[in-house]
Design a protein around this ligand. Structure first.
Ligand SMILES: *[C@@H]1O[C@H](CO)[C@@H](O)[C@H](O)[C@H]1NC(C)=O
Ligand SMILES: *[C@@H]1O[C@H](CO)[C@@H](O)[C@H](O)[C@H]1NC(C)=O
Ligand SMILES: *[C@@H]1O[C@H](CO)[C@@H](O)[C@H](O)[C@H]1NC(C)=O
Ligand SMILES: *[C@@H]1O[C@H](CO)[C@@H](O)[C@H](O)[C@H]1NC(C)=O
Ligand SMILES: *[C@@H]1O[C@H](CO)[C@@H](O)[C@H](O)[C@H]1NC(C)=O
Ligand SMILES: *[C@@H]1O[C@H](CO)[C@@H](O)[C@H](O)[C@H]1NC(C)=O
Ligand SMILES: *[C@@H]1O[C@H](CO)[C@@H](O)[C@H](O)[C@H]1NC(C)=O
Ligand SMILES: *[C@@H]1O[C@H](CO)[C@@H](O)[C@H](O)[C@H]1NC(C)=O
Ligand SMILES: *[C@@H]1O[C@H](CO)[C@@H](O)[C@H](O)[C@H]1NC(C)=O
Ligand SMILES: *[C@@H]1O[C@H](CO)[C@@H](O)[C@H](O)[C@H]1NC(C)=O
Ligand SMILES: *[C@@H]1O[C@H](CO)[C@@H](O)[C@H](O)[C@H]1NC(C)=O
Ligand SMILES: *[C@@H]1O[C@H](CO)[C@@H](O)[C@H](O)[C@H]1NC(C)=O
Ligand SMILES: [Cu+2]
Length: 610
C-alpha cells in the first residue's frame, strides 16, 4: 500500500515532467584561469575565474533545459572538474563532476563538456569537485527558474545571494592534515562574504515582495541569517518546494539553500540591516580581528542612514533558527516505506599512523581509488554488483535498483556536520536530539546513537522534510531515506571541505547493471583520463585481469599503535615541534582549541583500541 502510493507519486512526477520538460539548450564556454580578487577589501589573492571574471557567472536556466558547459582548464597548475550540486543527473551520472568518482580530474590544458538536462526547479549551485578546489573561488549559484511554482504569483522580484567563508591563502598552502595538528582543527577563515563582497545595499521597493534565494557556497562555516524588523516565509529548501512557513532566522550550513519570500514595508524612511552571523561554535580559535557578523542592507531609501546591526544576542549560538525538519514538502511526497537496506555508520575523528587527524565512517577514511568508481562499474561486466571491486577505502555500498535505502548516521564527534548525497534528495525521518536552543552546539555528555525503540518508524513524520544536505547535530544522530531509483555512483559526504579532505565520505554504487545499460565510456572521457595520467578501466586498484585482486589499491594509513592517544600526540608535538614552529603554529591553530578538543578525540581513540 505504502509503496504503491510512493510509486503513484513518482509516476505523477514523471508525467508532469513529460508534459513540461521540453526545454531549450543553454551552452556556456568556461575557461577556468587564475585571476586576482579582493572581495573582503583586506587582501588580494588569486582565485579561480571563468573567462577572466570573478565572481563567477550565475548560471540561470529554466526547468527542462539542456545545459552544456564546455570547460577548459586554463589554470596551468591544478586539476579541476565541476559538480552541479543537487542536480539528479538522471541517466547522466558521468556528468556529476566529482573526480575519481564519476570522472577523471581534468588536467591543465585539457577540457571536458558537461551535457545534461535539468528536470528540477529551484536553487542550486556549481562548484569544483577535485581535491579541495572550490574554496579558491570556483563556486557559484545555479538557478532553475520555474514559472509554474506555487509561489510564482506571490512575489514581484527575485534575488540571489550567496554566503561564504573566505580564506586569504590558497587552500593547498594552508597546513591542515599533519602531525602538528593532531586534533584536526579546521583552519579558521579570514572573513565571511555576502554575495562575494561586503557592505552591500540591496535596493528594494516599498510594499513589494521579493523571492530571495540564499545559498551557502562556503567551504566550512554555517551562517545564521535574519533581517532586522522583517519576517519572511520559507518556500524552498535545496530545490524542494515546501509549504510556506513564517520564520525570522535561518541557519544555513555549507551547501544548503533556502528560498524565502520577504515582503517590504510600505515606508521608505529607513534602511534595515540584513544580518549574517558565522556559527563560531565551529571555529577552533577566534582571532579578535575576525568579523563574525556582517551587516548588509535592504535599502528602501539611499539617502537615509545605513545603520549597523544591533545584535539580538551576545553569542551566535543563542539565536534560534527555524527547524528545517518542520518543513513539509509542497508535493506531499509521503514517508518512504520501511527500508529494504539499512546502512548504519558512526562518524568519528581520529589519528592515523602519521599522527594527523582524519575522519571516518565506521573506521574507514575515504581514500580515492586508482580508477574512478563509475569507470570501474563500466569496465567490470558481471562483477559490477560485487562491492569488493570498488576497493575497501572508497567505502562502497552496492544498492539495488528501486530499493528503499535508509542511512542511520551516529555522529560521535562533538562538531555538527552537513551531510550531502549526490544524485538524490533524502527524507529526514528522525533526528536526535530533538530541536531546541543550542541544538547546533549540544555536545553534552556522551554521543547518542539512534535507538529504534525510542524513535520507531511509527513516530516518523507522514511527509518528511526533504533536501540534499542535512545537518547532523553534535554527538547526535539522524536517519534518512531515499529510493535507489537513479542508477549511478553517488558520493555521500560531509560538505565541510576540510572533513571531506580528511575522508568523511562513502560511495553508493546504485544499480550498477542499469548504469551499464545507460552509458559507456566515451572517447572524450578517456582523453580526460589520459591527459591526467589516470587509469580508466578495471577495479579500484586498476587491475583489469582479476577484478577481485585489489593488490596495490590506495589505502588509508595504518592506525596508530595501541596505547597511542591524541593526548600523547599533542604532548609529543608540543614538546618537540613547538620549539621549531613557535608562535606561527599557535596563531594558526591555537593552543586553547587543542586542549578543549583533546578529551573528545582521545575518547574516540580509546574506543577504537578497545
Ligand atoms: C583561456 O584563457 C587563457 C588566458 O586568457 C588563454 O590563454 C587561453 O587561450 C584560453 N583558452 C581557451 C580554450 O579559451
Ligand atoms: C514558462 O517557462 C517556460 C520555460 O520553462 C516557457 O516556455 C513558458 O513560455 C513560460 N510561460 C510563461 C507564462 O511565462
Ligand atoms: C548532449 O547530449 C545529447 C543527448 O545525449 C546529444 O544529443 C548532444 O549531441 C550532446 N551535445 C553535445 C554538445 O555534446
Ligand atoms: C517542478 O515544479 C513543478 C511545479 O511547478 C512541480 O510539479 C514539479 O514536481 C517540480 N519538479 C521537481 C523535480 O521538483
Ligand atoms: C549576487 O552576485 C551575483 C554575481 O555577481 C549577481 O548576479 C547577483 O545579482 C547578486 N545579487 C544581488 C542581490 O545583488
Ligand atoms: C502596505 O500597504 C498595503 C496596501 O495599503 C497593505 O495591504 C499592507 O498591509 C501594508 N503593509 C504593511 C507591512 O503595513
Ligand atoms: C558580532 O561580531 C563581533 C566582532 O566579531 C563579536 O564580538 C560579536 O560577538 C558578534 N556577535 C554575534 C552575535 O556573534
Ligand atoms: C529618504 O530619507 C531621507 C533622509 O532621511 C528623507 O529626507 C526622505 O524624505 C526619504 N525619502 C523618502 C521617499 O522616504
Ligand atoms: C572500529 O574499530 C574498532 C577497533 O578495531 C572496533 O572495535 C569497532 O567495532 C570498529 N567499528 C566499526 C563500526 O566497525
Ligand atoms: C554475465 O552473466 C550472464 C548470466 O549469468 C552471462 O550470460 C554472461 O555471459 C556473463 N557476462 C560476463 C561478461 O561474464
Ligand atoms: C531522477 O532521479 C531522482 C532522484 O533519485 C528521482 O527522484 C527521479 O524520479 C528521477 N527522474 C526520472 C525522470 O527518472
Ligand atoms: C533504547 O531505548 C530503550 C527504551 O528507552 C532502552 O530500553 C534501550 O536500552 C535502548 N537501547 C540502547 C542500545 O541504548
Ligand atoms: Cu564535517
Amino acid at each position: 500500500m505504502e509503496i504503491l502510493r510512493v510509486l503513484m507519486f513518482r509516476l505523477a512526477a514523471v508525467f508532469l515532467c513529460a508534459q513540461y520538460c521540453h526545454g531549450k539548450t543553454v551552452t556556456l564556454d568556461f575557461n577556468a584561469t587564475w585571476v586576482n580578487a579582493n572581495p573582503d577589501g583586506l587582501h588580494e589573492r588569486k582565485v579561480v575565474g571563468i573567462n577572466g571574471q570573478w565572481p563567477l557567472p550565475v548560471i540561470e536556466v529554466d526547468k527542462g533545459d539542456r545545459l552544456i558547459v564546455n570547460m577548459f582548464n586554463g589554470l596551468g597548475d591544478k586539476h579541476t572538474s565541476i559538480h552541479w550540486h543537487g542536480m539528479f543527473q538522471n541517466g547522466t551520472n558521468n556528468m556529476d563532476g566529482p573526480s575519481m568518482v564519476t570522472q577523471c580530474p581534468i588536467a591543465p590544458g585539457s577540457s571536458m563538456t558537461y551535457n545534461f538536462t535539468v528536470p528540477q526547479n529551484g536553487t542550486y549551485w556549481y562548484h569544483c569537485h577535485t581535491d579541495a578546489c572550490y574554496p579558491d573561488g570556483y563556486r557559484q549559484a545555479l538557478i532553475v527558474h520555474d514559472n509554474q511554482s506555487y509561489f510564482n504569483d506571490m512575489y514581484d522580484h527575485d534575488l540571489t545571494i550567496t554566503l561564504s567563508d573566505w580564506y586569504h591563502e590558497l587552500i593547498e598552502d594552508i597546513p591542515f592534515i599533519r602531525v602538528e595538528n593532531p586534533t584536526g582543527a579546521e583552519p579558521v577563515p579570514n572573513s565571511f562574504l555576502f554575495n562575494d563582497t561586503l557592505n552591500t545595499n540591496i535596493a528594494v521597493e516599498a510594499g513589494k515582495t521579493y523571492l530571495m534565494r540564499l545559498i551557502n557556497i562556503g567551504a566550512f562555516v554555517a551562517q545564521y541569517f535574519y533581517i532586522e524588523d522583517h519576517t519572511f516565509r520559507i518556500v524552498e529548501i535545496d530545490g524542494v518546494y515546501v509549504d510556506e512557513q513564517e520564520a525570522d532566522t535561518l541557519y544555513i550550513a555549507a551547501a544548503q539553500r533556502y528560498s524565502i519570500l520577504v515582503t517590504m514595508k510600505n515606508s521608505t524612511t529607513q534602511n534595515y540591516p540584513i544580518v549574517t552571523v558565522a556559527d563560531s561554535v565551529l571555529l577552533d580559535v577566534i582571532d579578535p580581528s575576525l568579523q563574525l557578523n556582517q551587516t548588509n542592507w535592504l535599502e528602501y531609501n539611499s539617502s537615509a542612514a545605513h545603520p549597523q546591526a544591533v545584535m539580538k544576542v551576545d553569542v551566535a549560538s543563542d539565536l534560534v533558527p527555524y527547524d528545517d525538519l518542520k518543513l513539509v514538502p509542497h508535493d506531499r511526497m509521503p514517508l518512504l516505506p520501511d527500508p529494504d537496506m539499512t546502512i548504519e555508520v558512526d562518524v568519528i575523528m581520529d589519528n592515523l599512523a602519521n599522527g594527523a587527524g582524519y575522519a571516518f565512517f565506521n573506521n574507514i577514511s575515504y581514500t580515492k581509488p586508482k580508477v574512478p568508481t563509475l569507470y570501474s562499474v563500466l569496465s567490470s561486466g558481471n562483477y559490477s554488483t560485487n562491492s569488493e571491486i570498488y576497493g575497501e577505502f572508497t567505502h562502497p555500498f552496492v544498492l539495488e535498483h528501486n530499493q528503499v535505502i535508509e542511512v542511520i548516521l551516529n555522529n560521535q564527534d562533538t562538531g555538527s556536520h552537513p551531510f550531502h548525497l549526490h544524485g538524490h534528495n533524502f527524507q529526514m525521518v528522525s533526528r536526535t536530539p530533538s530541536y531546541g536552543p543550542n541544538f547546533y552546539d549540544f555536545a553534552d555528555g556522551d554521543p547518542v546513537a539512534y535507538n529504534a525503540t525510542e524513535n520507531p518508524s511509527s513516530s516518523f513524520p507522514a511527509y518528511p522534510a526533504r533536501r540534499d544536505t542535512f545537518v547532523a547535530p553534535p554527538q547526535g544522530n539522524f536517519v534518512v531515506r531515499f529510493v535507489a531509483d537513479n542508477p549511478g555512483v553517488w558520493l555521500f559526504h560531509c560538505h565541510i571541505d576540510w572533513h571531506l579532505m580528511q575522508g568523511l565520505a562513502m560511495s553508493f554504487v546504485e544499480a550498477p547493471k542499469q548504469i551499464q545499460e545507460q552509458m559507456s565510456l566515451t572517447d572524450s572521457q578517456v582523453n580526460v583520463c589520459k591527459a591526467a595520467d589516470v587509469a580508466y578501466e578495471g577495479n579500484a586498484a586498476g587491475n583489469t585481469d582479476d577484478l577481485l585482486d585489489l593488490t596495490g589499491q590506495n589505502r588509508q594509513l595504518p592506525w596508530l599503535p595501541a596505547g597511542f592517544t591524541t593526548k600523547g600526540i599533542v604532548a609529543m608535538v608540543f614538546s618537540c615541534v613547538s620549539a621549531f614552529l613557535g608562535m606561527a603554529f599557535i596563531t594558526v591553530y591555537g593552543i586553547s582549541g587543542i586542549q578543549s578538543k583533546k578529551e573528545e578525540t582521545s575518547q574516540a581513540t580509546e574506543g577504537n583500541e578497545s
